[in-house]
Structures are given as structure tokens and as C-alpha cells.
Design a protein around this ligand. Structure first.
Ligand code: URA
Length: 253
């Protein structure tokens, strides 16, 4: 691989910027300054850029606990993206696998492995996604049956059967701000804590399914995606590389 591609792939700058940096003698290979952008690497050399060692990774895989207010895109003109939160030397072609709404938190897989992403997102593979949600109102057996049968939530959209499970509700009042910013207080019998597993992933699916049974999602967090479960040690906004075992599990799906 050419030296300029190696550095640009690992986000040391654009191809043009790294060419200039190479010319300015800011790059070494095995301790020697190299001034030729086309210099061929085998892959086992030690490359530095301004003294920082740049290790080449063909693929990178991260698990991120997405916070609210961050968009699940690689680039965005207005908002911080989930990829912006990967705050270390990383490939320039990372992207999030699938989407979460701006106000949804939780598990996000970020990689540059297009084949893996395609398989995880393809409807053919039915990758389960599980969400923890806080819902206004009491979720009933009827709601569970409706989710289990699959329900129509748009004129043309029918959700496939999903598993809806209620969790023991807290004893505390539930407080949130409505769309106008006014505080709303719910008594313990006015809200429900649930876990939902869907086998597909349509736009706003969880919110729309609850809307179809007349309920509102107040808080939504993705906790798993196929064999990958959100690491409880990750605070919102934190990330870590996937382990070899997690990568293998995802690839075998
Ligand atoms: N369903 C939603 O409604 N929103 C999400 O972010 C994910 C699933």
C-alpha cells in the first residue's frame, strides 16, 4: 500500500494534506524520514506522523453508548455525530450500523466493515434488536397481544410480530418535560417500564408501534442488537472497541 493512502485511511489528513506532510519530512518509516508519497509499505513497518505511531487497521469495530442529542450518522453539518465521539486515532471511513433517533440512547455499532453492516441490516437475516422503554400509561395484555400478532402503524406499514414484556414499575413518580417544556408528573400507575424485541428495524419503529396502541414513548434505549449487548460499564457518550469474541459472534450471525 502507498504511504499516503495508509496515512489518509487512518485519518492523518486528506490525501492531499498527507502528501504535503510527507514532503515536509513529518513522516518516518522504520525510523527513517520518507519523502515519497508513493512509497510502498508491506504492512509490517513502523510508521510515524509528527512522532505519533500510526498503526494501520483494515477494519475497526466499536460499541458506543449513544447519548441524546447526537445523531447516528458519519457526518452532519449541525450536530455532533456518533462517529465524532470516537476520540482516538481511527479510520476515516467509520460509520454507524443502522440508525437511532436523536433522542434515543444506547447501543450503537460503529465500523467500516461494509459487508458486516449489510448483513446486520438486511431484513433477510432478522437480527433481533431489544430496547428498554419508558411508556406513558399502563401497558396491558392487549398491547402485548397486539405486538405479538404484528400491528399496522402506518397506512402502508405493518410491523412484524414483536415481543413486548413489562418490567416491574418503580414506586416513584415519573417526571418529564412535554413538547412545550412544561413539567409533567406521572404517578406509578400512570407509566410502564418495558422491554421490546423487534426482528426488523423500520424508521421510528418502536415509537410508532406504541403510538398505534395509543401510547407514548418517553424514553428509549437500545440494549442489544443480535449477539451484541450494551456494556453496562459504558456511560452515555463512552465507547470501547469490540472484543475479538464479539466480532466473531457478529460475523457468525
Ligand atoms: N425505534 C424508534 O422509534 N426509534 C429508535 O431510535 C429506534 C427504534
Amino acid at each position: 500500500m502507498r504511504l499516503d493512502k495508509y496515512l489518509a485511511d487512518m485519518n492523518a489528513g486528506t490525501r492531499k494534506e498527507v502528501k504535503i506532510a510527507i514532503r515536509k519530512q513529518r513522516v518516518t518509516v522504520n525510523g527513517e524520514v520518507v519523502r515519497d508519497a508513493a512509497y510502498q509499505l508491506n504492512g509490517d513497518e513502523k510508521v510515524t506522523f509528527d512522532g505519533e505511531e500510526i498503526v494501520y487497521r483494515k477494519y475497526q469495530y466499536y460499541m458506543l453508548n449513544k447519548p441524546e442529542g447526537v445523531v447516528s450518522a458519519a457526518e452532519d453539518a449541525r450536530h455532533t455525530t456518533v462517529v465524532d465521539l470516537i476520540d482516538e486515532r481511527r479510520r476515516k471511513d467509520l460509520f454507524p450500523v443502522g440508525r437511532l433517533d436523536i433522542d434515543t440512547v444506547g447501543l450503537m455499532l460503529i465500523t467500516n466493515d461494509g459487508d458486516l453492516a449489510h448483513r446486520l441490516l438486511s431484513p433477510k437475516f432478522h437480527i433481533d434488536k431489544t430496547y428498554y422503554a419508558e411508556i406513558e400509561g399502563q401497558v396491558t395484555e392487549r398491547d402485548k397481544d397486539a405486538f405479538a400478532k404484528g400491528l399496522r402503524y402506518d397506512r402502508d406499514l405493518v410491523a412484524q410480530p414483536a415481543d413486548l414484556k413489562t418490567l416491574p414499575s418503580g414506586r416513584d413518580q415519573y417526571e418529564y418535560l412535554d413538547e412545550e417544556g412544561n413539567p409533567v408528573v406521572l404517578e406509578p400507575d400512570q407509566y410502564s417500564l418495558v422491554e421490546v424485541t423487534i426482528h426488523e428495524g423500520k424508521f421510528h419503529q418502536i415509537k410508532k408501534m406504541f403510538e398505534a396502541v395509543g401510547r407514548k414513548v418517553l424514553y428509549l434505549r437500545r440494549i442489544s442488537m443480535g449477539p451484541l449487548t450494551l456494556d453496562e460499564d459504558l456511560e452515555e457518550g463512552e465507547y470501547r472497541p469490540l472484543t475479538e469474541e464479539e466480532i466473531a459472534l457478529l460475523k457468525n450471525k
